[in-house]
Design a binder for this molecule. Structure first.
Ligand code: 6PG
Length: 266
């Protein structure tokens, strides 16, 4: 059973004894949000990231989730994507397709991947346009406090430098207030060209989950969650603060090993 904690303004923390436990809890969490969203809106708009996240979602392809989740109602997006061909080993679309989307009955026209035949700038513009059309038809809901899309769930990983999606520390993209989707051509994590949701979009989601495992992320988890005072470096993951939505951290014990200021419920 996960140790569940809360931090005043950094959301819910679920610290898992083992990776296996985290994987099951994550599948249950996604399946429950899918069910609630389909019940309320008729659809489930979910944004994925790259990295280890897709592997950790693997249980969704197995029983009972492969049969119980209403896959036909899923609309898939990417919180960030590398600007490479869809069949390239670096593509987040390929990662998700091979690891999840090809194993469950998702409707192909509901999978909204980026245009991989244009520049990073154009791909970001095109992706923003696609999302705008889906907001108009309410396949993606809209925030009631700004004009941003309100995804039912945005799933993020975190790098050991504290980056989320393709929002890196000390990068000007962290200041972006107007665009929904933007681009980067100098990503410190290869490949250099990427598109990414901006912080206003991430923080407008109904639910945001940050899934982080391994000891190499422990310091970044501490800086992203604990009360570390005014000298704390500005971590993108610390800027994930859903305005009205719910933030949940899925951590394993090594990733949570440097946390200090958290109150645990059990
Ligand atoms: C990407 C990702 C990125 C990733 C983190 C964590 O495309 O590179 O979306 O934000 O989620 O780097 O990756 P790991 O979980 O593999 O460390």
């Amino acid at each position: 059973m996960a140790l569940v904690g809360v931090h005043r303004d950094r959301g819910e923390l679920r610290i898992h004894e083992s990776l296996e436990e985290l994987i099951t809890d994550l599948a249950d969490y996604i399946a429950e949000l899918s069910e609630a969203s389909v019940k309320e809106r008729g659809v489930f708009a979910i944004a994925l990231s790259g990295g280890s996240l897709i592997g950790l979602m693997g249980k969704l392809c197995e029983a009972p989730y492969n049969k119980t989740v209403d896959w036909a109602k899923w609309y898939i997006f990417w919180a960030d994507e590398r600007v490479v061909a869809k069949n390239h080993a670096d593509s987040n679309y390929k990662l998700a397709k091979d690891g999840l989307l090809s194993k469950v009955p998702i409707v192909p026209s509901h999978v909204h991947s980026i245009n991989d035949s244009v520049s990073a700038e154009q791909a970001a513009d095109d992706y923003g346009f696609v999302i705008r059309q889906l907001v108009k038809t309410r396949m993606v809901s809209v925030s009631d406090i700004c004009d941003c899309p309100k995804f039912d769930l945005i799933l993020l990983g975190m790098g050991s430098d504290g980056h989320v999606a393709s929002l890196f520390p000390n990068h000007s993209l962290l200041e972006e207030k107007d665009e929904w989707v933007t681009f980067i051509t100098d990503s410190p994590k290869p490949p250099p060209e990427r598109i990414t949701f901006t912080l206003p979009v991430i923080n407008s989601a109904s639910n945001v989950a940050v899934v982080v495992t391994g000891e190499s992320k422990a310091e970044a988890v501490h800086l992203a969650i604990d009360d570390v005072g005014p000298d704390c470096p500005v971590l993108p993951s610390r800027m994930v603060q859903p305005t009205k939505g719910k933030l949940v951290w899925f951590l394993d014990k090594p990733a949570a090993s440097k946390l200090v200021s958290v109150e645990f419920c059990k």
